[in-house]
Design a binder for this molecule. Sequence first.
Ligand code: FES
Length: 105
Amino acid sequence: MTRPTIKVRCFRYDPETDAEPRFQEYQVPMEDGEMSVLDCLRHIREHLDPGLAFFAGCHLGFCQRCTLRVNGKVVLACETTAGGDMDLEPVNADEVIRDLWCGST
Ligand code: FES
């Protein structure tokens, strides 16, 4: 049986090589049980696009290194349940190191 998927659009930008930021869309299969936004990002990087950059530390809601925007709202990716289609952006686009990883996190 095919697992349901969600559409995840990720902000992509490398200040060293890209003239403009863009969004890249991925179809992420939902796992059984609850799946966090960070789980989605790990799935993308492990199975769909190893070049996607994001940052995370503790995976427990303490370090705040996984802070980003989901559909415009600032959240911790490891503490936020994935559901529905999502637009993922860095918390501060002016401080992007690459993609979803920015200097303020
Ligand atoms: S990875 Fe540490 S708070 Fe999310």
